[in-house]
Design a protein around this ligand. Sequence first.
Ligand code: MD3
Ligand code: FE
Length: 232
Amino acid sequence: MIEYWPSKRTSDSIVRQNESLLLPFETQRIIEPFADGAVLLRAEVLDKAEGLLEEVRAIAHAAPFRRMVTPGGFTMSVAMTNCGDTGWITDRRGYRYGAIDPESGHQWPAMPALFRAVAVTAAERAGYVGFEPDACLINRYEPGSRMSLHQDKNERDFAQPIVSVSLGLLATFQFGGATRKDPVRKIFLDHADVVVWGGASRLNHHGVLTLKNGWHPSTGRVRYNLTFRKAL
Ligand code: MD3
Ligand code: FE
């Protein structure tokens, strides 16, 4: 059966500063500071989602989505591409950033102005002024795709936040702690939600549970995540 699951917004930490009875709940731009340094901006890019998806299509035309191989030899279930001055890649030789798309031998597509503006504005709204992303990893999840618990440690300066934009199908995000054994919280990430991860949460473990089947009016059977970083 194909359907679209709306997100569950049951967090106690919701700051209801934008709450309005005139708007459906999933369109309300609610700010949730849910961990030290981490801020969830619900429905932040609702009016920009179609423009962002247009840019994703253009980037994927120049640098197609591909399933990369981990150093351990596993093919990831998430398909990826990049835009910006540098891109995140993995192969048998390791995880790293590089200016060149290994599939084409050319530079990654430039970061669209809309991408940069969305990332910088979200970072500012979360309290991180002066964020200058040089990399945007674009993850494409289809039903069955998942990302196991990990830390983002390939960037040079952990004082820089990471901004993540969710588009399309709902995902269950896992947010853990400093060690792999720390308890994990589930966060439902819906279309147009943005999360800014910085400060004390920057090196927390995190992952995405297996995407369920579904259909989203803007993306079809897909979830995209744009992950903006200052890698260099
Ligand atoms: C929490 N992607 O590409 S971005 C990744 O939905 C990745 O595709 C996820 O994790 C996705 O590495 C989520 C959210 C994210 C990024 C960095 C973090 C969450 C984080 C750093 C610290 C804590
Ligand atoms: Fe990550």
